[in-house]
Each structure stands twice: as structure tokens, then as C-alpha cells.
Design a protein around this ligand. Structure first.
Ligand code: SF4
Length: 465
């Protein structure tokens, strides 16, 4: 077991001043450039050229499957979903995924092993166990998995049976993340997501009994009717479930994109910025006191979990699913709205189900938009990844990895950190920029200083804290 990096609690009052100063809309940087940069006018042939180029580089594969269906809408939700209780949708969708796999797989060099597989949504457990088995057969027909592949699934405990868990286990899943958000019944009612704690506990028991190696719990702070005291109780109750990892996300309030969120404004139920910050700090204090290591911005893991080990030895990475230990894999996404990322390009599938269905049924790759990275994008992707993984910036190491003089090339960006240094978010030392404990709350703000696209892009992001 490694000895975890210490997390020193940050006082609320000075941090609150800084939140007021720096709490502007900004990306979460699960990719760089970020999705608003993708374009529908991209040349499809250029994207497929990048697939061929990717085939030659020999990197392992990461697969993502998006299952968009949910039986009811959680009003805070920012995901790409299709709300339906029509059960036949599951079988029809698996057939579409089979067809998309058959369209895409021949384009890929599939001698490369899959080192990562993720099912996200929506609700992957909307698929009944027999459909999960059918999808598993299709995936294994096309791809070979590394022995230590990290295979994960997002679980909605409200829609789960033991048979679902066993089906995902048969498919090869060994990690699960559970949507919980808040355990307080009043908050659950306010966000239209009723989920008794016993239901979450039952899901974790089934996952552990079935041999899942790692169970993660997702929480959100900043939801309606939450208070620092109520969220502290949520944290205590979740610690009692003994998850291996937790993600504690800031609620992204974007009612201009997600109109259901307007109800929180109408009812005036959202907590203040001060309360939101207190919730985050309470989470950090309680989780680190319980032995979890804070990873990057918003993740926590047991000290012997490979995510914590990677954080401590500087090998942590970030992708569309958040933080990961698996670096350098080419990501191939399947299903409505899924994103693929190779070294040179991003592709995103159609975000509306009818468009996705029409393309796949017609035998076309269901690409809606994409982006081909420039050399500058590739370099900034490395820099921003180092910042988001809270590694700071090591000038000599970056110069070597990027093949240029880092300090000279990014002198303007480094100079722009002066106000962040004055406010105690970073320290600039000879040959490196270090992120302080306080600065870890503002990783998105620090990363934004290296984002060359931000000024050109329309705003549409959530607040950064
Ligand atoms: S279950 Fe998840 S994806 Fe579906 S509406 Fe609720 S939060 Fe959104």
C-alpha cells in the first residue's frame, strides 16, 4: 500500500472569496479540445483517415457503449437520454449496436487488445439480462480482451436485479459505479429520483457477491434542498456502504440546455454558493478522515485502489469517463451520442435516436460531427491532462514529451497564472508549476488558461465550482 498524499482541509471563508472571484462557466476537461469544438461540417473522409492512422500505431483499445434509455427523468440530469417505459426499445437498440459493431469493426485493427470497456447512459440496466448476453456475444465476436482489462458499468440501483449484475459479470464487467447523488429523501423527492438507501446497499451486496472488484458511488452537491448538514449525513451514510471509490460532482445547472432544471429556479430550492462550497469541503474532510485519497478534482479512492496508486505515482489520466489508470488507448464509442477519440481526431455519433437509427439502418457510420486535432491541440491536451490530474507542470518533462521548449512556447499562458499564484491556487517555482490544496478546487480554472479555443467558443458550460 502506498502512503497517500495528505489532503489538508482548506478554510471555507478565504475559499469562498475565491469561488466568487473565479466561479465562471468552464469545461470539465474530460477531453481537449472539448465537445463544443466538434463540427458537423467536418470531412467524414478525414475522420476515417484518422482511424486508418490509428490502426497503425498499435495502441490498445477502449470501448464505450451508450445505452440512452431511462424509465423516468431525474430533473437534474445532464446526460443524453431517451425517457421511455417501452421495453421493446432494449431489444431493438441491441440490434442496432450489433449492426454498428459490424460496420465499424472491419475498419479497425482488432489485433489490438481491449484494455478498457465502459457501459454508460442513460441506464445500461434498462437492457434485460438476455439482451446484455446478446450484446456480450457481439462484442466478444469482434474484439479480444486483455487479461487485466478494466470493464465497468454504470448502475442505477432502482432498476437493478441480481440477474442484471450476473449478466454484466458474464460479459466481463469487474467495476461498477452506482448513481446515488444524495440519500436524503427530501432531496430525492425534489429531484424526482426516489432511491431508498437499502436499495443502494442491496445493489452493492449483489455486485460484491458476483465478484465485482471495485464499486464506486456517484454523489452530487448543489442539488435542491441540500444543506451542508444534510449533505454531511449523506456522506456519512455512503461511507457506511464502504465503496472503493466515490465521485463527488458539482451539480451542473444549465437550464438553457436542460429545461427540466428550470423547476429548481421556480421553486427557489437551489443552495447558495457558500453552502455549496461548504458541502464540497465537508465531503473532502469526511472522506479523507475515513481514509480515502482525493484524486484530482472530484474523485476519492481507498489508498490501495489503483486509482489512488496512479495518482500518487503520477500516472493518472483523464478521459470521458473521468479519471483512469489506462493511458494511451484509442477510444471507440458505440450507440447514440457516443464519442470516439483517437490520437488525431474525435467523432461523435448522432445525438437524436431517429437520426442514429436511420444511419445504422442505411448501413452508414452514424457520425454526426467530429474534429481533427492540430499539433497545437495535441500539445495542449497533454498540458491540460497534467493539470486536471493535479500533477502540476514539470517543464523539463513536458519539453521532452512535447519536443519543444515548454516554458518558452507557453510563456504567455504561464505568465497568465500570476493572479492564480497571488490567490494561492498555484506556486511557480524554477522549472515547475505546482497546484496547491486550495488550487485543487479550481483545476478547471487553471486548465482554462491553457485552452486556446475558449475565447472563440460560445459559452454553454456550467459554473466551474
Ligand atoms: S437515471 Fe441517470 S441518466 Fe437517467 S435521467 Fe436519471 S440521472 Fe439521467
Amino acid at each position: 500500500m502506498v502512503s497517500p498524499r495528505n489532503t489538508v482541509p482548506v478554510p471555507v471563508e478565504p475559499a469562498l472569496e475565491l469561488v466568487r472571484k473565479y466561479n465562471v462557466p468552464g469545461p470539465r476537461y474530460t477531453s481537449y479540445p472539448t465537445a463544443p469544438q466538434f463540427s458537423e461540417s467536418i470531412d467524414r473522409a478525414a475522420l476515417l483517415t484518422e482511424v486508418r492512422r490509428d490502426n497503425a500505431d498499435g495502441s490498445p483499445l477502449s470501448l464505450y457503449f451508450h445505452v440512452p434509455f431511462c424509465e423516468s427523468l431525474c430533473w437534474y440530469c445532464g446526460c443524453t437520454t431517451v425517457i421511455t417505459t417501452r421495453r421493446a426499445s432494449a431489444s431493438e437498440y441491441v440490434t442496432l449496436l450489433e449492426k454498428e459493431l459490424a460496420l465499424t469493426a472491419p475498419l479497425m485493427n482488432r489485433s489490438r487488445p481491449v484494455t478498457q470497456l465502459h457501459f454508460g447512459g442513460g441506464t445500461p440496466t434498462f437492457l434485460p439480462p438476455a439482451e446484455i448476453d446478446r450484446l456480450a456475444a457481439a462484442i466478444h465476436r469482434h474484439f479480444q480482451f486483455a487479461a487485466d482489462s478494466e470493464n465497468s458499468v454504470e448502475i442505477d440501483p432502482r432498476r437493478l436485479t441480481k440477474e442484471h449484475v450476473e449478466a454484466f459479470r458474464r460479459l466481463g464487467c469487474n467495476r461498477a459505479s452506482l448513481g446515488v447523488q444524495d440519500t436524503n429523501p427530501a432531496v430525492q423527492l425534489a429531484v424526482h429520483r426516489w432511491q431508498p438507501l437499502a436499495q443502494t446497499a442491496q445493489a452493492i451486496t449483489w455486485l460484491r457477491e458476483s465478484g465485482f472488484q471495485s464499486v464506486s458511488v456517484d454523489l452530487i452537491f448543489g442539488l435542491p434542498l441540500q444543506t451542508p448538514a444534510s449533505f454531511a449525513q449523506t456522506i456519512d451514510e455512503v461511507i457506511g456502504l464502504q465503496p472503493d471509490r466515490l465521485a463527488v460532482f458539482s451539480y451542473a445547472h444549465v437550464p438553457w440546455i436542460k429545461p427540466a432544471q428550470k423547476i429548481f429556479e421556480t421553486r427557489q430550492q437551489l443552495p447558495t454558493t457558500a453552502d455549496k462550497l461548504t458541502m464540497l469541503m465537508t465531503a473532502v474532510t469526511k472522506l479523507t478522515a475515513a481514509g480515502y485519497v482525493q484524486i484530482g478534482m472530484d474523485h476519492f479512492a481507498r489508498p490501495d485502489d489503483e486509482l489512488a496508486v496512479a495518482f500518487n505515482d503520477g500516472t493518472l489520466h483523464r478521459n470521458f469517463q473521468g479519471y483512469t489508470t489506462r493511458a494511451g488507448a484509442s477510444l471507440y464509442g458505440f450507440g447514440m451520442s457516443s464519442i470516439s477519440e483517437t490520437d488525431g481526431a474525435f467523432r461523435q455519433n448522432h445525438k437524436e435516436l431517429p437520426d442514429y437509427v436511420a444511419a445504422v439502418e442505411a448501413g452508414r457510420m452514424p457520425i454526426e460531427r467530429g474534429y481533427v486535432l492540430t499539433d497545437d491541440d495535441r500539445r495542449r491536451r497533454v498540458i491540460i491532462s497534467d493539470l486536471m490530474c493535479a500533477r502540476g507542470l514539470d517543464f523539463a518533462g513536458l519539453s521532452q514529451r512535447l519536443g519543444l521548449d515548454f516554458a518558452a512556447t507557453y510563456a504567455n499562458e504561464l505568465a497568465s497564472l500570476a493572479d492564480l499564484e497571488a490567490d494561492g491556487l498555484v506556486t511557480r517555482q524554477p522549472g515547475r508549476v505546482a497546484i496547491t490544496e486550495l488550487g485543487r478546487l479550481f483545476l478547471r480554472i487553471i486548465a482554462m488558461r491553457f485552452d486556446a479555443h475558449l475565447a472563440k467558443r460560445p459559452t454553454g458550460f456550467s459554473k466551474t465550482v
